[in-house]
Design a protein around this ligand. Structure first.
Ligand code: GDP
Ligand code: MN
Length: 335
């Protein structure tokens, strides 16, 4: 690691092979972890890696969120592992339950009908997806942040992160950062695209002129091609999710009921919002951040980074047909 400050460093020329020199500068940012008490030991392994690979040098704070109170053991064994401040938030019941307009019988029928699809029979998974789509960023504990980094129990960070990704976001005016993109299971989102198109028809003024909708459709908007950013890893702008555009879109989806009458994931929801509201230059692929969430890896292919990693570059999902990252990269710049 270099430790000399260099005020002349320009993030416009950022190159992960030659990271910026370490400085004391910090963004208003931190980690957000939605988790259960029962995830404690899986989470501890993740936190240890995140600290060793990155945060021991940067000491960013952590916000843990749960729909049930965290136990004293959970708080003790997470706080003791990390170098940043920790806070523990309880999710209000209205954010983790059915809104008044949802027919709970129809929701229950849906869970039976979808029992053979991954998490199709799960009620709590749907509360989770709705929460991650529309509520986590409104939690008061996130008022302290301009940027959040979402982390989940059991994920791995397989490379040294030799710069501050939050500062990269800030200096470059980035709004959304990802490591892995994938194809969604169509059965989980049969009407998400139609609902999104209806939203665009009703609110054309909210859709960006320079958008990235070309990434999510292969037939000029007829159908959703299922491309999405895998939202278990995200480094993104809190202000962007709190924007009128995003909030109006979430409310529109929430009214349509697909979080319960289908099994809409927060990943396609965030991704369609990126596609409508952001230009390519506001979105960043963290190619160099080694990351594993079963069963997929992101592992940098640059040989010069391998000494800093414990993953196999050949395992990186962006090299396969499951990923949509290549399609992202070839999108034209908006300028
Ligand atoms: P998957 O990645 O889609 O297989 O789903 P996960 O089981 O990893 O859940 C996604 C995130 O939500 C993880 O951070 C979980 O810890 C969290 N999560 C899922 N279900 C619940 C729940 O019922 N309560 C809480 N507090 N967190 C949950
Ligand atoms: Mn997960």
């Amino acid at each position: 690691f270099t430790t000399d400050g260099d005020a002349s460093y320009s993030y416009a020329n950022f190159d992960p092979l030659h990271p910026p020199p370490y400085t004391e500068e910090r963004a208003k940012a931190g980690f957000v972890i939605l988790t259960r008490n029962s995830d404690l030991h899986d989470l501890r392994a993740t936190l240890r890696q995140l600290e060793d690979r990155f945060n021991r040098r940067y000491n960013y704070p952590y916000v843990f969120l749960n729909n049930e109170p965290f136990t004293e053991e959970f708080k003790k064994l997470t706080t003791s592992l990390v170098s940043g401040n920790t806070s523990y938030g309880l999710i209000p019941h209205e954010h983790w339950s059915y809104p008044s307009w949802i027919d709970t019988n129809k929701a229950a029928e849906t869970r039976v009908r979808m029992k053979d699809i991954i998490y199709g029979d799960s009620e709590s998974y749907r509360f989770m997806c709705r929460y991650e789509s529309g509520f986590f960023f409104r939690h008061p504990l996130l008022d302290q942040f301009d940027y959040y980094w979402r982390v989940e129990p059991s994920v791995e960070f397989s490379c040294d992160i030799r710069y501050d990704p939050f500062l990269l976001m800030q200096k470059r005016g980035l709004k959304y950062g990802f490591t892995i993109s994938l194809l969604e299971f169509e059965e989980t989102v049969p009407t998400l695209w139609k609902t999104t198109r209806d939203f665009m028809k009703e609110h054309p003024e909210l859709v960006a002129q320079s958008n990235t909708l070309a990434w999510v459709t292969d037939d000029n908007g007829e159908r959703y091609n299922m491309c999405h950013f895998w939202s278990n890893f995200e480094i993104a702008s809190v202000k962007w999710l709190r924007s009128e555009q995003y909030m109006t879109y979430f409310d529109y989806l929430d009214k349509a009921g697909g979080f319960f009458y289908e099994r809409w994931g927060d990943a396609p929801v965030h991704s369609l919002a990126v596609a409508m509201f952001l230009k390519k230059e506001e979105v960043h692929w963290f190619e160099d951040i080694g990351y594993y969430h079963g069963p997929f890896y992101n592992c940098p292919n640059a040989k010069a980074l391998s000494p800093y990693c414990h993953c196999n570059p050949a395992d990186s999902v962006h090299l396969t047909g499951h990923s949509c990252t290549r399609q992202w990269l070839v999108l034209p710049d908006s300028a």
